[in-house]
Structures are given as C-alpha cells and as structure tokens.
Design a protein around this ligand. Structure first.
Ligand SMILES: [Zn+2]
Ligand SMILES: [Zn+2]
Ligand SMILES: [Zn+2]
Length: 311
C-alpha cells in the first residue's frame, strides 16, 4: 500500500483515515487519483457503522466500492470486510481492472451467519458472498483451527473470491484456456464432487509440491483463486515495504524479478514478528510450480507489463 498524505498539511494519513490526525481536515480517498483529497462528496456509508472513507462516484451517493453491494444493511461486522474490499479494489484499479467495464457484473453480498441462517462464502456468476460473522476474531480463529489453515483473514477471503470473478471475466480473453488447463488442470472436473472429496480427505502434505495451499489442490478454480489472492498479498505487502524504503521497488509487471526479492523479504518479515512474540504473518513456503501459477495470474492483469509484452 502506498503511503498517503493529508491534502491540507502533507502529514501521513492511513488508508482507512476519515480525518487527518494532525490538522483535523476531513478527508476522503479518491480512487481515480489514488490519493486522499479534502472531503467533498462523502460516500453514503461514511456515517454508517462501516465508516467508509471513499469519495462518492460522480453519478451517485455511494463510492465505487459500496455501490457493488447488493444490499445496504450497514453493520459493524461488515466494516473489516468493507475495508478489505476497498483495499483490494484499489489494487485492481492500479492493475487496469475496472469491474464496471467487465462481465459478469461484480457484486457483493455481505451478511453474517446465524445458527438459523448460515451464510456460505463463495462466488457465483459475479456475485461474491462473504460471511461477515468471521469479523469476530474468536469465530475466525475457530474456523481457521477447524480447517487447519495457517492463514485466514477477511482480506484473504475478499481476494480469493475476487480471484473466482477474475477467472470468469478473463478466461479466453486475458487467460488462454488451453494454457490454463495445462497449468492448473481441467476446470470441467465436477466441482461439487471435488470439494466433497477435498473435505473428506486428510491433509497428507502432497499438495506442497505444486500448490500454494491444501485448499488450492481441491479443484483448478480454487487453485486459481488461491494463486490470485496470493499475488495480491505479495503486491500489496511488497508495495508497502518499498514505499517505506525497506526493499527496492519492484512491480508485478515483472513478476519473477519481484518474487526473487519477495522471498528474502518474507524471512525478514517473519523474524521481525518473532522478535515481538507474534505469529509469522507469512506462514508459506511455495514450491516453484506454484510460483509459476502466480506468474500466470500476474501476467493476466491488463496493466501489467508482462501482459503488454505478450501482445
Ligand atoms: Zn492534515
Ligand atoms: Zn463507500
Ligand atoms: Zn474459492
């Protein structure tokens, strides 16, 4: 993430800031300019429990992120998911992905599971459903432990589900289908049967040879979504380190160059956390075939240099 500054006094502000902590100017994020501006047209969700800090789009009361929600029942539990969504949509915009210009239409259904009405996180024809009950840390941790996952966050969910949408909109366009099948497998494999088999199989670790996660090995679509989320994790985290002069700048346009710098950086990142007694933020060791999948995902982004070079 870029380091943003207050439009009034130039002191640093954060991606979720509503006002400058130094001069108290009310501020809002402008997606087109990728910077903070003095607040002129607040998103309607600014005054809700979700505290959205984006400017409304020119033609509406909502911002480019909140306008993708299928219902506007603002809720405290949706706030971390809304922030994760804004963070990820900023990334897509930077890489030339404009949801409004693509089909299927990208929409979000953010709701919390209850015992009477469980919500299943997933993607269907552009509609991303997210169970916001996982905004509760205890709920998130109990699901994470039950599934044996090393990493589970609202941000990870948003990026994973966006990966399914990106596949649906980019396959046969930015992504060659035959090349996809050679690398990720044949997506015509029965999806429901694949997931059932996944949840009934013990984790024997064999997925580590060519997948980023156990879940990625369940079906080619999940492999792509997991790889997509991972590319966005790398892109965001490395950008944050680069703008703060911790690492040399490198972008996903030359993914192999970026990845060669990313790996030593993750060791540093984990060691810093161990110095504070906190868990490794990057609990992954990725085998070369899985890294090649990241390169394919990064190359599918319209704004990436790898993609331009191929044309
Ligand atoms: Zn200021
Ligand atoms: Zn908004
Ligand atoms: Zn998925």
């Amino acid at each position: 993430m870029k380091a943003f500054v207050c439009p009034s006094c130039s002191v640093e502000v954060w991606f979720d800031s509503l006002a400058c902590e130094h001069c108290a100017t009310a501020i809002a994020y402008d997606l087109v300019a990728d910077e903070f501006v003095a607040l002129t047209s607040p998103c309607r969700n600014r005054e809700s429990a979700e505290r959205c800090n984006w400017q409304a789009t020119a033609d509406g009361r909502w911002c480019a992120s909140c306008s993708l929600d299928v219902h506007d029942a603002a809720h405290e539990l949706r706030r971390p998911f809304q922030l994760a969504k804004r963070r990820s949509l900023r990334q897509l915009a930077r890489h030339g992905i404009e949801p409004g210009r693509r089909r299927p239409d990208l929409r979000f259904d953010l709701r919390a599971s209850t015992p009477e009405a469980p919500v299943v996180t997933g993607h269907q024809d552009g509609l991303i459903t997210l169970d916001t009950a996982e905004a509760e840390p205890s709920e998130l941790e109990s699901v994470r432990t039950a599934l044996g996952e090393p990493y589970r966050t609202p941000l990870g969910h948003v990026r994973h589900e966006l990966g399914h949408w990106w596949w649906a909109t980019a396959i046969d366009d930015e992504i060659d289908r035959a090349a996809f099948r050679r690398q990720f497998g044949d997506e015509r494999a029965d999806y429901a049967a694949a997931l059932e088999s996944h949840y009934n199989s013990p984790d024997d670790g064999s997925w580590r040879d060519d997948h980023v996660s156990f879940y990625a090995a369940s079906h080619p679509w999940e492999d792509f979504a997991e790889s997509f989320a991972h590319v966005l994790h790398i892109d965001d985290t490395y950008e944050t380190a680069a703008v703060r002069n911790v690492v040399e700048p490198a972008g996903i346009g030359d993914f192999e160059h970026l990845y060669a710098r990313w790996v030593p950086f993750t060791l540093t990142l984990n060691e810093i956390n161990r110095s504070m007694g906190t868990p490794d933020p990057y609990p992954f060791a990725v085998a070369p075939p899985a890294v090649d999948k990241f390169t394919t995902v990064a190359g599918s982004f319209p704004g990436s240099r790898a993609n331009r070079d191929r044309r």
